[in-house]
Design a binder for this molecule. Structure first.
Ligand code: P6P
Length: 335
């Protein structure tokens, strides 16, 4: 029986055998994974751990923070600030960047995260997750500023998520395809359970919040209407719909069996390009999807090519099976 491959062994081999990552990035990813194990432990306690419900505060997005949002944010900050591989961190839960304190050595990487995405699902026991993205701090310049984070998603050196569902799974790319690890709670370690993850180019499953239909732009409405017409319509096949309201869980399903996920611009807040955040939701998820052979656009351009202007800027997201994303994007071009 072949020896199971741990996350640590996979990362050492990515560094030593395949030369895909330097030691400092390997160390950073090991620490992020360890922090996710800690978050998983807190999430799994539920009502037994006094971690449910809201914290009585709002985040930079004006959203009510759950206790677990704050706990997860603190776990990631405390796990990563002392290691010497980071210059600074940015989080959905913090207004501005967190510069590594002077008492610790500064590193060359920038870590961005949504510490607990989908937190509206916490109190109803539906899968949630941590999303993370790693950038290299630009060369030169003393210190580190928010401007250093404003890099296109194509500049990421690592990206992934940890989904806290029936299994706790870590899904990762360092630009060498997508790999999945399952947490072995008896060993306390992530074990490689899937590599060479591929998103089928076609699908019969779409994910969107249908309650917003009356607010959508025509290209999105056209695409969904055609899916709903099923085999009697222009698509000539029936479609299924899923919406978990937890991006991590919806993206995980798409990585496992294909599909298209859409959180498009809509008329409810016309001045906002979309609901989801570019830097620590759309960019890491888009890189994972592209590394698995899928596509990801904002309806007009590749999400990974978008040059950010603000740390917490939002973006319209259409990602998943390449042929479906191409179709929705083409409908936007024909407006
Ligand atoms: P809605 C969770 O709050 C989140 O940011 C994503 O994880 C999810 O896809 C989306 O928002 C759900 O939004 O409007 O359907 O509740």
């Amino acid at each position: 029986m072949t020896q199971p491959i741990s996350l640590s062994r996979y990362l050492v081999e990515e560094q030593r055998e395949r030369g895909k990552i330097p030691a400092q990035l390997r160390l950073l990813l090991e620490v992020v994974a360890r922090a996710c194990k800690g978050i998983s432990h807190a999430v799994n306690k539920g009502a037994l751990g006094d971690v449910m419900g809201s914290a009585g505060s709002e985040n930079v997005q004006g959203e009510v923070q759950k206790k677990l949002d704050i706990i997860a944010n603190e776990v990631l900050i405390e796990a990563n600030e002392w290691g010497g591989h980071l210059a600074a961190m940015a989080s959905e839960e913090m207004d501005s960047i967190y510069v590594v304190p002077n008492r610790y050595p500064q590193g060359e990487y920038l870590l961005l995260f949504d510490p607990l995405d989908g937190s509206s699902n916490i109190d109803v026991n539906v899968s949630i997750g941590t999303i993370f993205s790693v950038l290299q701090k630009p060369e030169g310049g003393a210190g580190v500023s928010e401007q250093d984070f404003l890099q296109a998603g194509a500049k990421q050196v690592a990206a992934g998520y940890c989904v806290y569902g029936p299994q706790t799974m870590l899904v990762l790319t360092v630009g060498d395809g997508v790999v999945m690890f399952t947490l072995d709670r008896e060993q306390g370690s992530f074990v490689l359970t899937q590599e060479h993850v591929k998103v089928p180019e076609d699908t019969q499953e779409f994910a969107i919040n249908m309650s917003n239909m009356r607010h959508w732009a025509p290209p999105v409405k056209r695409y969904v209407d055609e899916c709903l017409q099923g085999q009697d319509g222009v698509r000539g096949k029936n479609f299924n719909m899923r919406w978990i309201a937890s991006m991590v869980a919806d993206v995980h399903r798409i990585l496992m069996r294909g599909g298209v996920f859409m959180y498009p611009w809509d008329q409810r807040e016309p001045n906002k390009p979309g609901k989801l955040r570019l830097m620590y939701e759309a960019n890491p998820m888009s890189w994972l999807i592209e590394q698995a052979g899928g596509a990801s656009t904002n309806g007009h351009q590749r999400i990974l090519d978008i040059q950010p202007t603000q740390l917490h800027e939002r973006v319209s997201v259409i990602l998943g099976s390449k042929n479906e994303v191409d179709r929705v994007t083409a409908y936007h071009a024909n407006v």
